[in-house]
Write a protein that binds this ligand. Sequence first.
Ligand code: SF4
Length: 379
Amino acid sequence: MIGLYIHIPFCASKCYYCDFNSYAGKGNLAGSFFEALALEVESYLKQGVFDQGVQTIFFGGGTPSLYIDEIIEFLNVYYPRWKVVSDAEITLEANPGTGTAEKFEKLRKSPVNRLSFGFQSFHPTILKKLGRTHGPEDLFQAFQMARNAGFSNINCDLIFAIPGQTLEMWQEDLDRLIGLHPEHISIYNLTLEEGTRFWDWYARGTLKMPDEDLQLTLYQLGIERLSKAGYQHYEISNFALPGFRSKHNQIYWRNEEYLGLGPGAFSYLSGRRFSNVRGIEEYIQRLFKGDSPVVEEEIISRNKQMAETLMMHLRLTEGIPLAYFQDRFGVSVEEAYPQALQKLFHLKLIERVDGYLRLTREGLYVANEVFIEFLDPEP
Ligand code: SF4
């Protein structure tokens, strides 16, 4: 079975920190984009890629909630042809201020059963600093409209370590979000990405990022507050009420198979990772000409598959079942990475608990440094 990711690359405007493959001011291409997307789906249908069954669908972006009517129409045609399992999780990313009550109601009558809102903050000054187009009142309104429409599985994203954000502001953001009782919450540490306005401002010295100590304090506060409110901390940045962990993202974290459609989308099928051309125009042109949008492809070696499986699983707070690794690769984690494990156990960054290998609390705070240890295969 596979997960299906569909990338809708259009946004109303570009947020100052965002390096996703998303574009503002290109809405005139939307009609052709959906036609091209249909052609891409048809080619995978011909290859039988959906025959193994689809367990999750995720409309990400970009801002898919700008195109609710088009997505419903698209699903009307293709959903019945994808062999989607009966309890599939079907998520659509939404930005506050982009949907109406009527559109959310229509959407709830479609197969979409989960919404993921990019809230980011409840503070107007912070939203403005991020270049978000919505205000705090839009967050409450969007959430209420989604609930009224009948959505009972909602995720909301928040960002911390934003320039100018104090500990108190972050605490208020967490408390306000907890007050809304979404089923799932993601908290992301703001990072500077090349090609963004934040990157340029930082390089010119006009943007000051919070220091590492403050970033860690904000993260720890997030874990503490959300855990106290009953959210299970199940992945580095993700928290869920019991029964509401993201099925789609767990496919990535377990290094299982997925198909990505749309500009810049990545796929991982039969040990092969491949990605589509990033530009919307190029994506449309290729498909209209009958060409494949795939521009990069890599056969993932067994060593790389082992490393990726381990690193992705370690993002989950429960870690990786040691027996699962042994079954998948015919070798134990201890045999595959004796030196890395010795070092990380010694530094108390990983631990073995009930047949799982997982990050310790300290390991969680420096996860990327832990992952680096598994990049090179050991003899
Ligand atoms: S709405 Fe999302 S995808 Fe679009 S620019 Fe902002 S952060 Fe990026």
